[in-house]
Write a protein that binds this ligand. Structure first.
Ligand SMILES: [Zn+2]
Length: 410
């Protein structure tokens, strides 16, 4: 199974670009090996050492560039990190109507519940993945973000891609060069690819440029092949260098292209787990999970020892009541301030979340980013001190460091 763009233009570009890149690399190889090293450095100048140095660097970075490119496109096309479709979306897409419906634009920062309304079923599939965590991104009503196209609850940092018509985990951008959506599974390989390509272009530029300069100054005239290599190397070198700088900035700040949209004014709403049965205050509302069934509501009796106990009102189902009592969790709905990034762990931890924990991971496109493991109980992705800052701002105690269920205060 592959995950191609829904847009014919993008699919067409995706098939042409690898051929174009292969032709460019073939040309650069001919110029560097034949024109620079064999003809100029070895034949004309007898500079064997320089020729060997250029060849070693050239093929080293060509190999790294091709390896990271292949790793990126294979990951993008086989496992781009899609959020599973909701059952309604599956049936809708299987029906003929789906093909007739016009596609909507990306809801990058999702208009709350635009289009198909969120599932009002308190036992909506997937909802428990959110309220079993201690923090998740929510809407004003305390429910997670909902994708009206995929009919699913969107995990933190997942966004709907109109290119794929699917929600993508930690979505970054659609890359025509790699032919797909760069997300959490491929972002590390993408960064490595742009960095190695910039280095590769730098070597082509250096080799062709210095040979051309020496040829001109010694009266050999202008070699058109060297000029062509300078043009290609300059174009791709500048492009990939800029991409590398931008991507490294994202890595160090723990942000994506999507996160950065409207960053200065962007406010996140966090559902933050608080002691069971706590009441809302002037500065925040609370939401209780599992959501009450229609015709029922939770009421809270605050006891003298501070323990909240829950009573169901008008409950039609006593069996469910006992289960809900045990699984019951209360969340405060808090807002960050503008430009606060809940996932910022500091430069070094941000780097390791994406690039890995050791130089082997940083340099080679072997293992995926640590952040894709999703093995945390607390949140979808590691969150930074901002969560405690936001809690404190709302008069809530910090999250206990040892995680020994202190939040429940039984
Ligand atoms: Zn979606």
């Amino acid at each position: 199974m592959t995950f191609e763009s829904t847009k014919a233009g993008s699919r067409w570009v995706t098939r042409i670009i690898p051929l174009f890149l292969a032709a460019a690399v073939g040309y650069a190889t001919y110029v560097t090996v034949a024109r620079v090293c064999a003809d100029f450095l070895i034949h004309d100048r007898q500079q064997h050492g320089s020729a060997v140095a250029v060849l070693v660097l050239y093929f080293l970075f060509m190999f790294l560039m091709i390896a990271t490119y292949l790793r990126t496109i294979v990951t993008i096309n086989t496992d781009p990190g899609l959020v599973p479709l909701g059952s309604l979306a599956v049936s809708r897409r299987n029906s003929k109507e789906a093909s007739d419906s016009t596609r909507r634009a990306d809801d990058l920062e999702g208009q709350p519940y635009g289009g198909m309304a969120p599932d009002d079923n308190p036992d909506s599939p997937g909802l428990e993945q959110f309220y079993t965590k201690d923090v998740f991104i929510c809407e004003t009503d305390g429910r997670p973000k909902w994708c009206s196209e995929c009919c699913n609850w969107k995990p933190d940092r997942a966004h709907h891609s109109s290119e794929l018509n699917r929600c993508v985990l930690r979505m970054d951008h659609y890359c025509p060069w790699a032919g797909g959506m760069v997300g959490e599974n491929s972002f590390k390989f993408f960064v490595q690819f742009t960095a190695y390509t910039a280095c590769y272009c730098g070597i082509v530029l250096g080799a062709a440029g210095s040979s051309l300069k020496k040829k001109i100054s010694s009266g050999d005239g202008v070699d058109g092949f060297l000029v062509g290599a300078l043009g290609l190397g300059g174009f791709f070198g500048l492009f990939t260098f800029m991409m590398t700088v931008t991507s490294l900035r994202y890595v160090l700040l723990n942000m994506t292209n999507v996160d950065l949209l409207g960053y200065r004014t962007k406010v996140y709403q966090l559902a933050v787990r608080i002691p069971r049965g706590s009441q809302g205050t002037d500065s925040y509302h609370v939401i209780n999970y599992p959501l009450p069934r229609p015709g029922t509501s939770y009421s809270t009796n605050q006891q003298a020892n501070g323990t909240g106990t829950m009573n169901r009102v008008n409950s039609p189902s006593l069996g469910r009541e006992a289960r809900d009592e045990l699984a019951h969790r209360t969340f405060a709905i808090l807002r960050t301030e503008a430009s606060e990034n809940p996932w910022d762990l500091g430069y070094w931890e941000n780097w390791k979340e994406v690039m890995g924990n050791n130089p082997i991971d940083w340099l080679f496109p072997i293992r995926r980013s640590p952040c894709v493991k999703h093995d945390l109980n607390e949140s979808f992705y590691r969150m930074g001190d901002i969560v405690n800052v936001v809690r404190a701002r709302h008069g809530l105690a910090p999250v206990p460091v040892d995680g020994q269920d202190g939040v429940e205060m039984r």
